[in-house]
Design a protein around this ligand. Structure first.
Ligand code: NAG
Ligand code: NAG
Ligand code: NAG
Length: 192
């Protein structure tokens, strides 16, 4: 009796191991399938934050701030709680004055008191001879890291149903008024 039970449990263990190993194999295979991007693109976008004096060239504005801060200047505590809406020019090189190929439109908010880190939700609205359509981005942006990966969750037009990952690099940072991000997009799902 004792023996039978242990034999049965041995068989169960072997079955379980088999199932586990085969599902890991399947997982690996699936990952391998999508490990090459079907499209890679690089852009820069430029954010000039309104600071009470630069209305003419500002491309973003603080629209929400905690009670201890205000909407003119990003607040203390690592800007925690500040919400910024932007309509930033996108360029192919790192020059703010190059011809824009589209706009980066959406918001970022600061979401930690102890360190500079933010959360992004925005779209690239592209309208150039090369690209027409939108690419939609979402994700955590731990600003102090040299590179940060955020999700490309979808797209329209030339980017119909696209998905992938975008690597962000802070390419320039001038006080609290101007920053420039380099965006290296790798799409792993392309339908056009
Ligand atoms: C925006 O305009 C202000 C005032 O004209 C100027 O001081 C500042 O350098 C400009 N910023 C950029 C990034 O061009
Ligand atoms: C806004 O807050 C900044 C500091 O975060 C302060 O220097 C500035 O005076 C405040 N502006 C107004 C209009 O309260
Ligand atoms: C896209 O660019 C074309 C040509 O410059 C222009 O006619 C059109 O209005 C633009 N569309 C949008 C949505 O900006």
């Amino acid at each position: 009796m004792e023996r039978k039970r242990s034999k049965a449990s041995n068989i169960a263990t072997i079955l379980l191991l088999f199932l586990l190993s085969s599902s890991t194999e399947a997982g690996k295979r699936r990952i391998r399938l999508i490990s090459q991007p079907c499209k890679s693109l690089s852009f820069y976008f430029h954010d000039i934050i309104y600071n009470g004096r630069n209305m003419a060239n500002a491309t973003s504005a603080i629209v929400g701030a905690p009670v201890w801060a205000n909407r003119t200047i990003l607040g203390g505590l690592m800007h925690f709680g500040d919400v910024v809406v932007f309509d930033d020019p996108i360029t192919l090189d790192n020059n703010l004055h190059s011809e824009a190929v589209g706009r980066a439109q959406g918001l970022y908010l600061y979401d930690k008191k102890e360190i500079y880190t933010s959360w992004l939700g925005f779209s690239f609205v592209l309208n150039s001879t090369d690209y027409k359509g939108t690419i939609n981005f979402i994700g955590a942006d731990p600003l102090m890291e040299k590179t940060r990966d955020i999700s490309v969750v979808g797209g329209t037009g030339d980017f119909f149903m696209s998905r992938g990952v975008a690597t962000l690099t802070t390419d320039a940072f001038e006080g609290e008024v101007y920053f420039r991000l380099k965006v290296d997009i790798k799409l792993y799902e392309c339908y056009s």
